[in-house]
Design a protein around this ligand. Structure first.
Ligand code: ADP
Ligand code: ZN
Length: 187
């Protein structure tokens, strides 16, 4: 018996580029086609709660938080489409997990930040991008100049983050902005 394999699509870009909106658009269309959709995201503490994917325009879809890539298998309920949001936070095992899901015939849609605030490849994203059949790299609007923004600027206590800042800064007030290449700063 010939078994049809699935494939993986990656949606990436900086914060505010509309990755969640694009996921919701693809999810809606899959539901219109009466396909079973399961949505996962990385969630460390709340592994038993059902969360929802909220786009900045307020639309929601139920999401299952998992603490590592393998845990996706514990929740599998025969989906035609499996969505992974914030995929940059997963361990490198997510690449093998994705391949296994594809081999089971599932269409995987993974969305995440392609780069961290230092503009380096974010976690497993470079491997996932290499695996993908289809990649959409989308841009936000630079908050400084209005051009297309492909960078996520981290602001710590009101000033651009420094190269040697730790990923988690205890006690500091962090925020993030979308910026273009010219306006992005790593002090
Ligand atoms: P992502 O998942 O990539 O962080 P969302 O889909 O959650 O993005 O949000 C995208 C929405 O955010 C846009 O449609 C817009 O309404 C809003 N937004 C706020 N700031 C910006 C910005 N600097 N550039 C583009 N969109 C922005
Ligand atoms: Zn700019």
């Amino acid at each position: 018996m010939a078994m049809k394999r699935g494939w993986v699509e990656v949606v990436c870009g900086p914060m505010y580029s509309g990755k969640s909106e694009e996921l919701l658009r693809r999810i809606r269309r899959a539901l219109i086609a009466r396909q079973k959709v399961q949505v996962f995201k990385h969630g460390i503490d709340d592994r038993y709660s059902i969360d929802s994917l909220v786009s900045h325009d307020g639309r929601k879809v139920e999401t299952i938080p998992v603490k590592n890539s393998k845990e996706i298998f514990d929740h599998l309920d025969n989906p035609a489409v499996l969505v992974i949001d914030e995929v940059q936070f997963f361990d490198d095992g997510i690449i093998e997990v994705t391949e296994e899901l594809i081999n089971r015939g599932i269409r995987v849609i993974a969305a995440g930040l392609d780069r961290d605030f230092k503009a380096d490849p974010f976690g497993p994203m470079s491997g996932l991008l290499a695996l993908a059949e289809k990649v959409d790299k989308i841009t936000a609007i630079c908050v400084k100049c209005g051009k297309a923004a492909a960078y996520t600027q981290r602001i710590v206590d009101g000033v651009p983050a420094k190269k040697d800042d730790p990923i988690v800064m205890v006690g500091a007030k962090n925020s993030y902005e979308a910026r273009c290449r010219d306006c992005y700063q790593l002090a």
